[in-house]
Design a protein around this ligand. Structure first.
Ligand code: ATP
Length: 456
């Protein structure tokens, strides 16, 4: 597996991820996705939405506002308890999360005995709504998308005539004023989440919790093509923390969050160690009950068949899109030796690759070749993400496309277009990213050939 530096540098050099506000020196915990990063991210989101909403009959989507009535965050417990323990070094004034420090020394300056006692630091970002800046107008940027689903439970259930069990899915930005950010896009202050709240009958939650653990683990493995050695499940219960999967001894004990009866955290083996990429929480009726109490609106569900009335229990798979982007990059990055030269290739799964095909003219000083290559690129664009590039020699162009994970390169040469060339065949060369095998395909068939390959 590559180290973090390698991935960060590839991301900047090739247009996946840039430091936020870079020309002003950046701003900690905020990142900007470049042209390739946004494609990769959109492909991951599309794959999740398809698996969670489109392919199933029992889940529907919403897109709630980022800013909500501040009572939402009082009811959910975030105003009072969404905090991490903060310590500050009296010598160098660096700040740390107390639970991430080992020993007494300051991790920055190394001085001993200079760290303050921990105090709770609330991670909600505050803002004001409307043209006044008084305390009454204070609200928060959402730290999770889940609450936008809970407050719409009744709206969705009624308008869509849903019967329990059913789920509501959402993709959107979340904001947390993390004490320490780091490890590139792993821990940000602004990030994107994909969360789904699955509403079920009390008493069936353990079964659904186990089912969602298995579904989500399978989704990560197949969608991001993750090898078994790099992914595992951390089982967090009040009684203790255990691991299903590799390195069971390498585990930090944890307690489930205040709203949860138990968690399955899916973890990936990053260079900095096993870290959470998705949490599957058994949230009981905690949130709906809290909202019912503070809002005064009934959030009970009436079961037509059994004539029972109850507040549904909730199982929530919640993942971060940015962490998934990072996993996709680590898992697909490979360095190979090809004819004594290093080849860097991102072996991204087909549906995730930002660019599906690059069309390259072999000789950029031959107008007929250039024109034909541009024409082929134009016919491919409506069907797949396509780029045209004539800015370097063919060897360099292949290397560039390999490094960003482009699935196929179509090369237009003399034989393809020059009718007076003795080897003229009206075909182009299509090169496969992974096998590097090349085949000649008639120009008129290129689109269908590629569409067929992408659908395989
Ligand atoms: P961590 O323990 O790493 O702080 P968490 O347990 O607070 O994460 P959850 O509240 O369960 O995270 O959020 C669900 C998912 O959202 C996480 O699994 C992660 O993928 C993503 N996520 C949470 N916080 C961040 C962050 N600061 N930056 C990027 N992604 C995040």
């Amino acid at each position: 597996m590559p180290d973090m530096e390698t991935i960060v540098s590839l991301c900047k050099r090739r247009g996946f991820v840039f430091q936020g506000s870079e020309i002003y020196g950046g701003i900690g915990g905020f990142w900007d996705y470049g042209p390739l990063g946004v494609e990769l991210k959109n492909n991951i989101k599309r794959a999740w939405w398809k698996a969670m909403v489109q392919d199933r009959g029992d889940i529907v989507g919403v897109d709630a506002a980022v800013i909500m009535n501040p009572n939402v965050w009082r009811a959910s417990g975030h105003v009072d308890t969404f905090s991490d323990p903060l310590v500050e070094c009296k010598n160098c004034h660096h700040r740390f999360r107390a639970d991430q420090i080992k020993g007494e020394a300051c991790p920055n300056c190394g001085n001993k005995g200079t760290l303050t006692e921990p105090r709770q630091f609330n991670m909600l970002f505050k803002t004001h709504v409307g043209p006044v800046e008084e305390d009454a107008a204070i609200t928060y940027l959402r730290p999770e998308t889940a609450q936008g689903i809970f407050v719409n439970f009744d709206n969705v259930q009624q308008s869509m005539r849903r019967k329990i069990p059913f789920g509501i899915a959402q993709i959107g930005r979340s904001f947390r004023n993390e004490i320490v950010t780091g490890n590139f896009i792993f821990r940000d202050r602004e990030f994107e989440q994909m969360e789904m709240e699955f509403f079920c009958k009390p008493g069936t939650e353990d079964e659904w919790h186990a089912r969602w653990r298995d579904e989500r683990l399978a989704w990560w493995k197949t969608t991001l093509n993750i090898s078994d050695a790099h992914i595992r499940v951390k089982v967090i219960r009040r009684e203790g923390t255990t691991i299903i999967g590799p390195d069971p001894e390498d585990v930090q004990a944890e307690k489930p969050p205040h709203y949860s009866k138990g968690n399955y955290d899916i973890e990936y083996k990053f260079p900095m160690g096993w870290s959470e990429i998705e949490g599957i929480a058994s949230r009981t009726d905690y949130d709906l009950t809290a909202h019912q109490k503070l809002s005064g609106k009934s959030l009970e569900y009436f079961d037509d068949e059994t004539k029972e009335k109850y507040i549904p229990y909730v199982v929530e798979p919640a993942m971060g899109v940015d962490r998934a982007v990072l996993v996709a990059l680590f898992e697909s990055y490979q360095e190979e030796k090809v004819r004594d030269e290093k080849r860097v290739v991102l072996k991204l799964p087909k549906q995730l690759a930002p660019i599906k095909v690059a069309v390259l003219p072999l000789a950029r000083n031959r107008p007929e070749i250039v024109a034909k290559a541009q024409e082929i690129a134009a016919t491919l664009r409506p069907h797949m993400m396509t780029v045209y590039d004539d800015s370097a020699s063919i060897g360099r162009l292949y290397r560039r496309q390999d490094e960003i994970g482009t699935l196929y390169c179509v090369t237009v040469d003399h034989q393809s277009v020059l009718a007076d060339d003795e080897k003229y065949d009206g075909k182009v060369t299509i090169r496969d990213r992974d096998s590097m095998e090349q085949v000649r395909v008639p120009i008129v068939q290129v689109k269908d050939w590629l569409v067929g390959k992408l659908a395989e």
